[in-house]
Design a protein around this ligand. Structure first.
Ligand code: KIV
Length: 268
């Protein structure tokens, strides 16, 4: 047996047990290189459909396809062996319970992802139920749903009125009843997010949802300063990645041009 095959990956049960005990950490990754760096450092790696923006350079996530998500999830699974890996279901791949099941079965068959994530409202509860009944672990994404950016005319903070807050709490509770193992809560006021996290026993992982939830997720290129066009309010930059990389690129160019690279130790 090789060393690689005995490495134990984080399980869903371990994630569930963290609620109320320690915060859950999650980052996105889209390739093996990044996944290898994040592996074992964060609890969960999400192959998010944000790759359509971060990796592919588009304005929203809607162009990602099941094929592209599977391709990137395979790459992440090649790089990461310890963190739990979740594949995001792209726009249009879960519009009926049967389609959601067919799409998720492809993800499970063709990749080693341990769970899938899907953006849902009340209409998606049946899909969650069917997925879970068929052995697929589900993270439900609620609140601000980026796949609705075109129909809603932008990214809008959710749960601002009493009615919409109550509706989000009711949705979270139904999601738990239908068997999802966790909730990703995006773009919700901190007080509302806290109430949602308290109203369910499954972990609620937030992005732009304040600190009183069970964990946090960030898109890696935002967190490490590779996306420079703008910085959303909820992002903290842990590195000036683009600046550092640019410095390296400029030094390389300069050293090639002035004949410094390669030297005799770097030549055969
Ligand atoms: O696609 C994604 O990366 C997401 C973020 C909100 C984490 O869903």
């Amino acid at each position: 047996m090789s060393m690689r095959s005995v490495i134990k990956s984080t399980t869903i049960t371990q994630i569930l047990k963290k609620k109320g005990v320690e915060k859950i950490t999650m980052l996105t990754a889209y390739d093996a290189l990044m996944a290898r760096i994040f592996d074992g450092e964060v609890d969960i790696i999400l192959v998010g459909d944000s790759l359509q923006m971060s990796f592919f350079g588009e304005q929203d996530t809607l162009g990602s396809t099941l094929d592209s998500m599977i391709y990137h999830t395979k790459a992440v699974c090649n790089g990461a062996k310890r963190s739990l890996i979740i594949c995001d279901m792209p726009f249009g791949s879960t519009i009926t319970p049967q389609l959601a099941l067919d799409s998720a079965i492809r993800v499970y068959r063709e990749t080693k992802a341990q769970a899938i994530k899907l953006e849902v409202g009340f209409e998606g509860l049946k899909s969650i139920e069917i997925l879970v009944q068929n052995g697929i672990a589900v993270m439900a994404h609620i609140g601000l749903k980026p796949q609705f950016v075109r129909s809603e005319g932008g990214y809008k903070v959710q749960g601002k009125t009493q009615e919409s807050m109550e509706s989000l709490i009711a949705l979270a509770q139904k999601i738990e009843q239908n068997g999802a193992f966790s909730i990703l809560l995006e773009g919700v006021k901190a007080e509302v997010a806290e109430q949602i996290a308290r109203s369910v026993k499954i972990p609620v992982i937030g992005i732009g949802a304040g600190a009183e939830v069970d964990g946090q997720v960030l898109v890696w290129s935002d967190a490490f300063g590779f996306f420079e066009e703008f910085k959303p309010k909820f992002v903290r930059q842990y590195l000036k990645g683009a600046e550092l990389l640019r410095q390296g690129v400029r030094q390389y160019v300069q050293e090639v041009k002035n004949g410094d690279f390669p030297n005799q130790h770097e030549s055969y």
